[in-house]
Design a protein around this ligand. Structure first.
Ligand code: FAD
Length: 318
């Protein structure tokens, strides 16, 4: 079933969903099952699986020179989606990115997903590679998530890259996109960022999942700005609990978001690791309860492999 159908059918109820990362290469599917098994009691209708492109590392050679080598540490998004759908009564939502794919690769990936009856995707651009100063598309690849949405939508209309294909089978992908309550870091301003969101909606995007935020006011303002800009698709809030000291700087650095001062000071005042974790859990529970009371369609949790924390939060909210 499509994510948007779940959201529609839920009426005034708030659904719950989770995002998982593929395990590191060398680990197995059991890692994902160990994470998801305890969370299935909350009956998530869909589960997102992130996509991780290659990274570059420099290996020292006998000659003393360094050789640049590409490695993919977390392959397997499509296989994991299929395994999740096979084991649980849920839909899986693979994240699909522009980076590292030319349009032919993208088309073939979508064909595989269609054959597996996976008919939800989250269409994203992806970030710049570690040593690149800006995002560089593959030759012949999509440069923005907007182009990727257009490609998926083309296939939903039976239009394939090979123009000789007549009456191509129409896929039926439900297309999610990313939204940034605190603005995407490359966007010159929120209006510009929203204008591209609007273009993605006009190109066929069906719903938005937001970047994490720790101040619900940012989400509510974002939804209002979207509505004022004529963007009327569902906007699912993405939530992540902050549970470790290093995240005080890593979260703002990686995700370009602010942490509210009340959260920061409560976190710093907590004496032990466990006490800090508790502060993060309570903050996320309070955020979730307020969003749920406001009637958001779904609460989407970034699990980051921490099943115990996410389970505690879900138990308090659902
Ligand atoms: P875009 O919509 O392409 O936007 C990128 C920037 O360009 C923005 O500043 C936008 O305002 C601007 N822009 C958009 N369209 C145009 C245009 N046509 N012309 C000029 N400027 C334009 N990354 C991964 O690698 N794997 C994942 O699994 C993953 N999952 C994610 C899940 C969520 C919910 C979120 C919020 C992010 C995720 N990301 C993931 C990160 C994402 O890839 C990055 O944030 C990336 O920098 C932007 O992706 P986007 O789809 O928002 O890009």
């Amino acid at each position: 079933m499509k994510v948007t159908d779940y959201l529609k059918n839920a009426g005034n109820n708030t659904l719950i969903s989770f995002e998982v990362l593929p395990p590191l290469k060398g680990s197995g599917m059991q890692d994902i099952f160990n994470l998801l098994d305890p969370l299935m009691e909350f009956k998530p209708p869909f589960i997102d699986v992130t996509y991780h492109r290659e990274e570059y590392i420099y290996k020292k050679q006998d000659s003393g020179y360094y050789e640049k080598t590409a490695i993919r540490k977390r392959p397997g998004t499509v296989g994991i989606c299929a395994a999740i759908m096979h084991r649980y009564e849920v839909d899986a939502v693979p994240h699909l990115i522009c980076g590292g794919f030319n349009r032919e690769d993208t088309e073939n990936a979508l064909i595989d997903l269609n054959f597996l009856e996976i008919n939800n995707v989250l269409a994203l651009r992806g970030d710049a590679l570690q040593f690149d100063s800006k995002f560089v598309p593959e030759p012949g690849g999509n440069a923005y998530a907007l182009d990727l949405v257009k490609q998926v939508d083309d296939m939903n209309h039976g239009r394939y890259l090979d123009e000789n294909i007549e009456n191509g089978q129409k896929t039926d992908f439900c297309i999610g996109i990313a939204g940034y309550p605190e603005k995407h870091f490359e966007a010159p301003n929120m209006e510009s960022d929203l204008s591209f969101i609007k273009q993605k909606v006009e190109a066929g995007a069906d719903y938005i999942v937001t970047q994490m935020f720790f101040d619900n006011k940012k989400y509510f303002e974002y939804v209002e700005s979207c509505r004022n800009a004529g963007i009327h698709i569902p906007i699912v809030p993405g939530l992540k609990p902050m549970t470790k000291l290093y995240q005080l700087s890593s979260i703002p650095r990686h995700f370009y978001i602010n942490l509210p001062e009340d959260l920061v000071s409560a976190f710093l005042s907590a004496k032990t690791m466990e006490a800090k974790r508790q502060v993060g859990i309570e903050w996320c529970v309070a955020q979730s309860q307020e969003l749920k009371a406001a009637g958001v369609p779904c609460l989407h949790y970034y699990t980051m492999g921490d099943v115990d924390t996410i389970k505690k939060i879900a138990e308090s909210v659902f």
